[in-house]
Write a protein that binds this ligand. Structure first.
Ligand code: MGD
Ligand code: MGD
Ligand code: SF4
Ligand code: MO
Length: 686
């Protein structure tokens, strides 16, 4: 429903579609069918404020670079030369190829999608129905969060945690593997208020990121060593009897086993692993145990490494140990997604799958496209820019370059990946379609409504899959569901947190809050098998995993791969640039002007012995590949670690490459997750 507006204008209520924990409410003013203004909605978490990228969203929506109609390839793969075709020709071509390949073996068709939009209708609805019914290869979507998700599930039972709207009441906030000024802005607003009220803010991050600059303390540990830090904090808290005996006794499982496990993790041992001082470890543990309440905002930066799952298990033990869950501002948050309980089965219809199709892991897309058996003969890309964002890019490009691979890319822009497509389809922006949104950083459900008609001939993902289903001859009734039918089905759930939230009510308001108690685990009641916070997890043990949190060192480091560490002695991380959202926005002039040029933050101790000066172009390389960037000594890098804010489009970078030339396809310990920040490189003047 529309909000009040001056005569001749309407205001539509939307949700920001991007892969960002804030999932903001948006209000778009429309005049004569044209969106003329965008601002933050009145949802309390957004409070009328947007980040600088989305404040300029109309520039993205009306960008002259939007793909306006279907295209077919006329040049070689990768050249990005296309000519216009009709929707009928595009859809007939796709259905024709899919039918022929499926007649041999439908598993030779691979969908790949990630989070271009997080709206459930267009993120995981009609698309999943289509590929399930087709019998295509199932994709493990592991580019971001699967290690952390699996880790938190063992300890807390699900992706649940503190409602950070209450963070203003915290006395100590540990911002752990997270850069909220960049990637969780509306949580940062609460941190600033907490700081004004006297809270201490501590950042635990290899990089002196934008947030660390504004906090009281920065603990610059080596990438992938967070598990060791958390175990040593528990060593101190248990050893000095700083834990909450009553909470531990009533609401946790396996304290004695945990105490045994952490005994060996002295502050000195952790300090050596993490590259920090033992004093920092001890002081952090004591302050954490003393502060009431203490909040840990851990984020996905901690789990993009081999031990990512174990680290999240260890960190999420901390609040139960000190009883921080007693207060609504205490506890920890990785993701709130587990509170929603929306009806994903109804949306995705896994029951449509026939037989047992294989599964391929997106974090090893390069291998999947170059060596899977049976081979991938067709790939359908939507909500995703894998040529820019997947690790070990040389292999990904080799895969997409295969002349015998039929490739469809559905996107708003001619991305690095679209250059390899046989058929490009134009996608709608959030202003042009319906959707329903959950969040992973707050507790609201949002309805997003179209503000303007599709730009050019763009179509929403769900609509394209409906049309393809018809051409494939799929007669199941679910392919006739409208977008709003899908929104309604998402809410058909017995989860009490959704009580009273209907699609019609949601459309009227724009957003509604889940019914989740203020301090959900003040009196235990964790969604684990035991109902307790599981320091010791029998489910992990049943799966053949360590039942206790542990330290799992990086794949690439002096202990696990000493030979590699000699050749490539620098740890490399490529966290999000403030001005982009993954690779989205990186093609828009306003964002690229702010981000300037691909850069490599270095510590002078690493740069000077290599003869590298600030402002100079450097090569960053290992045995997987190389790319170039401008060296910067801006105080952000610690010795031994180099940082390349990402994700740049390759074709818009001076050397046609980006950070993923050097990242690896190795998986994390849990969830088959990608390990973007577990990577060794060497750097030299270019
Ligand atoms: N502006 C902007 N916002 C974004 C995004 C974006 O690209 N740009 N991306 C969105 C997406 S998809 C996601 S998943 C989130 C990502 O946001 P976060 O979950 O916060 O994760 P990252 O940005 O990967 O990393 C956050 C911090 O972790 C640090 N880090 C790297 N390795 C380690 C480590 O081993 N240990 C610790 N303690 N810290 C480490 C990085 O230096 C960085 O400062 O943000 C979302 N929001
Ligand atoms: N080196 C390095 N690599 C990384 C990361 C890193 O920190 N460092 N971060 C990783 C993380 S956390 C993530 S989540 C992934 C993100 O990887 P992706 O989810 O692939 O994110 P984007 O690069 O933003 O690409 C999304 C694409 O979807 C398109 N899109 C948007 N809306 C729609 C729509 O409605 N329909 C269709 N069809 N397309 C749409 C956008 O235009 C964009 O091209 O990247 C990962 N890659
Ligand atoms: S990207 Fe994040 S902070 Fe920016 S408008 Fe979207 S949800 Fe809000
Ligand atoms: Mo992500």
């Amino acid at each position: 429903m529309n909000a009040p507006a001056p005569a001749g204008r309407t205001v539509a209520r939307l949700a920001c579609p991007h892969d960002c924990p804030d999932t903001c409410a948006l209000e778009v003013t429309v005049q004569n069918g044209v969106a003329v203004e965008i601002r933050g909605g009145d949802m309390p978490f957004t409070h009328g404020v947007l980040c600088t990228k989305v404040a300029k969203y109309l520039e993205r929506t009306y960008s002259s670079e939007r793909v306006l109609h279907p295209l077919k390839r006329v040049g070689r793969k990768g050249a990005g030369r296309f000519e216009r075709i009709s929707w009928d020709e595009a859809l007939d071509t796709i259905a024709g190829r899919f039918k022929a390949i499926a007649a041999e073996d439908p598993q030779q068709i691979l969908p790949t999608s990630y989070a271009g939009t997080m709206g459930l209708v267009n993120f995981a609805g009609m698309d999943r129905r289509f590929f399930n019914r087709l019998g295509a290869t199932l994709l493990e979507r592991t580019l971001c969060s699967s290690a952390g998700k699996a880790g938190v599930k063992f300890t807390l039972g699900s992706s649940v945690g503190t409602n950070v709207e209450h963070a203003v009441e915290a006395k100590l906030i540990l911002i752990w593997g997270s850069n909220p000024i960049v990637s969780n802005l509306h949580f940062w607003t609460r941190c600033q208020e907490a700081k004004r009220r006297g809270a201490k803010l501590v950042v635990i991050d290899p990089r002196r990121n934008e947030t660390a600059e504004k906090c009281h303390q920065h603990i610059a540990l080596l990438p992938g060593t967070d598990g060791a830090l958390a175990l040593a904090m528990m060593h101190v808290i248990i050893g000095e009897e700083l834990y909450d005996r009553d909470y531990v006794a009533r609401h946790t499982l396996g304290f004695d086993r945990l105490a045994e496990r952490v005994e060996a993790w002295t502050p000195e041992r952790a300090a050596a692993v993490c590259g920090v001082t033992a004093h920092e470890v001890v002081a952090l543990a004591r302050e954490y145990a003393a502060a009431k309440p203490a909040l840990v905002r851990l984020n996905y930066g901690v789990q993009r490494c081999h031990g990512g799952g174990a680290a999240v298990r260890a960190i999420t033990c901390l609040p139960a140990l000190v009883g921080a869950w007693r207060h609504r501002a205490g506890g920890a948050l990785l993701s709130t997604a587990g509170f929603y309980g929306l009806n994903h089965r109804a949306l995705e219809r896994p029951d449509l799958v026939r037989g047992k199709p294989r599964t391929l892991n997106q974090a090893a897309l390069g291998d999947a496209l170059t060596s899977a058996r049976p081979p991938v003969k067709a790939i359908y890309v939507y909500n995703n820019n894998p040529v820019a964002v997947c690790p070990d890019s040389r292999k990904v490009v080799a895969g997409f370059s295969r002349e015998d691979l039929f490739c469809v890319v559905h996107d708003l822009f001619l991305t690095d990946t679209a250059d390899y497509a046989d058929i490009v389809l134009p996608a709608t922006s959030q202003l042009e379609h319906h959707d329903i949104h959950q969040s992973y950083g707050h507790l609201y459900v949002l309805a997003s409504q179209p503000a303007i008609p599709p730009v050019g001939e763009a179509k929403p993902n769900a609509q394209v899959f409906r049309l393809l289903a018809k051409r494939m001859g799929f007669t199941d009734a679910c392919f006739d569901d409208s977008d709003e039918d899908l929104c309604r089905q998402a809410l058909e759930s017995r989860n009490p947190a959704l009580a009273g939230i209907t699609w019609d009510a949601l459309k009227g308001r724009g957003w509604m809050r889940l019914a989740v108690p203020d301090a959900p685990f003040a009196d235990g009641g964790f969604p684990t098998p035991s109902g307790k916070c599981e320091f010791y997890s029998a489910s992990a043990e049943e799966q053949g995993l360590d039942p206790l949190p542990a330290y799992v060192p990086p794949h690439e480091g002096p202990t696990s791969s000493p030979e590699r560490a000699k050749r490539y002695p620098l740890a490399f991380i490529s966290p999000p640039s403030r001005h982009f959202l993954n690779s989205s926005f990186a093609n828009l002039d306003f964002a690229r002007q702010e981000a300037r040029a691909p850069s490599l933050e270095m510590h002078p101790d690493d740069a000077l012995p290599r003869g590298i000066r600030g402002g100079q172009r450097v090569r960053i390389f290992n045995d997987r590949g190389e790319f170039t960037a401008i060296a910067r000594f801006d105080g952000r890098a610690r010795p031994g670690v180099v940082n390349a804010p990402s994700v740049w489009w390759k074709k818009l970078s001076p050397d046609g490459r980006n950070a993923n030339e050097v990242t690896s396809q190795a998986f994390a310990d849990l969830g088959g997750s990608a390990t973007f920040y577990d990577c060794l490189v060497e750097v030299a003047a270019a």
